[in-house]
Design a protein around this ligand. Structure first.
Ligand SMILES: [Zn+2]
Length: 352
């Protein structure tokens, strides 16, 4: 079963269609899957189908009823979408239960108790479920345990390990697979992004993430990827030069942190790809499928790279990636990361 515009997740659509046909739609779902595979888009589409006044027998929204029209305009009173504010490391509890002055007279947990304004059902979507704090989880427990009749809560996270056990145990987990390179290339083409050869390169380097492919299809970013792999392959590593290149590609995205952060994240993810490939090559002799990555990892190994070093760099780069998500200063993070790769002994925190 397929939904137009939702690629690569037909199995998940079919699962929901079966549940709906049997009247067994759960009260709380936890979507799990890598970033950029389309979980949030899927959640919004599901909300539209679940609130549609005359859904098709193939589990699609009719597109004509007043519910569908308001959903399409992002103004549906019964579809409630919340996310982590850009400048915060976690979702504030006010999002769930209102400000101290208006406790349980505003916020998602209060709104979901109200009668639906249009149809029979309310749907609440919590994006960035990875960023639910323990306090936030406590606010949600009662709603997750006893969701109001016919209401559906959808939490959108990445890895299951990143969810608090209290949340995990109260939701039905739905897993989203990484997208295939072919599906990604198809979507990029449909969106009119990039030339065919760039699309192919972006799709194969995207590790199943459409969001990442959309960044990679930019000509500047494609060029950056080549430069970065070249720099990572160099021994000794030139931290200042790498820092300059990363800063340039990040700043080219615009002035706002919200535009810069994904580019820095991408740079670190590419470095993670590189060190994983290096580690595998050093330890097992296995080459990565991506030719550019294979060449760079091979050069690094010939220059004397070892699996211990790759492992060490990998750990520091994962730490840096985590720091972006907890909202570190981006410029300082680049300095700290390049320094620790240049002189691994210091550790990321000691140098930052
Ligand atoms: Zn409809």
């Amino acid at each position: 079963m397929a939904w137009e515009g939702i690629q690569g997740h037909d199995d998940v659509v079919a699962g929901f269609a079966r549940a709906a046909a049997r009247g067994r739609v759960a009260g709380a779902y936890l979507f799990i899957g890598d970033e950029g595979v389309g979980k949030a888009t899927f959640a919004k589409r599901l909300a539209r189908v679940l609130t549609c006044e005359s859904p098709g027998s193939d589990f699609t929204a009719c597109g004509r009823c007043s519910s569908c029209i308001q959903a399409a305009a992002d103004s549906h009173p019964d579809i409630d979408i919340v996310a982590k504010p850009e400048e915060r490391a976690t979702i504030p509890i006010e999002t769930f239960i209102g400000t101290p002055e208006h406790r349980m007279r505003e916020g998602l947990c209060w709104r979901i108790l109200l009668r639906p304004a249009i149809g029979q059902r309310k749907v609440a979507i919590i994006l960035d479920a990875d960023a639910i704090s323990e306090e936030g989880a406590n606010c949600l427990l009662k709603t997750l345990e006893e969701p109001p009749d016919a209401s559906v809560l959808i939490l959108v996270g990445t890895a299951l390990e990143r969810q608090l056990p209290t949340i995990r145990s109260r939701c039905k987990v739905v897993r989203f697979r990484p997208l295939s390179a072919a599906v990604i290339a198809e979507v990029l083409a449909a969106e009119g992004l990039g030339e065919e050869s760039t699309r192919r390169e972006a799709a194969s380097a995207a590790a199943g993430s459409l969001a990442r492919a959309r960044l990679l299809v930019d000509a500047d970013v494609v060029a950056f990827r080549r430069t970065l792999f070249g720099l990572l392959a160099c021994r000794p590593f030139h931290g200042v030069e790498a820092g300059r290149e990363i800063t340039a590609v990040m700043e080219a995205a615009g002035k706002e942190a919200a535009r810069r952060r994904p580019r820095l994240k991408l740079a670190l993810e590419l470095a993670i790809d590189f060190y994983r490939a290096g580690l595998r090559l050093a330890a097992t002799g296995m080459e990565p499928g991506d030719p550019l990555l294979a060449r760079a990892a091979g050069a690094w190994l010939r220059a004397g790279g070892t699996s211990e070093q790759a492992d060490d760099h990998l750990r520091h780069t994962l730490e840096a990636l985590q720091a972006i998500e907890s909202n570190a200063n981006l410029g300082m993070l680049i300095d700290a990361w390049t320094a620790v790769i240049e002189r691994p002994r210091q550790g990321l925190l000691a140098s930052g």
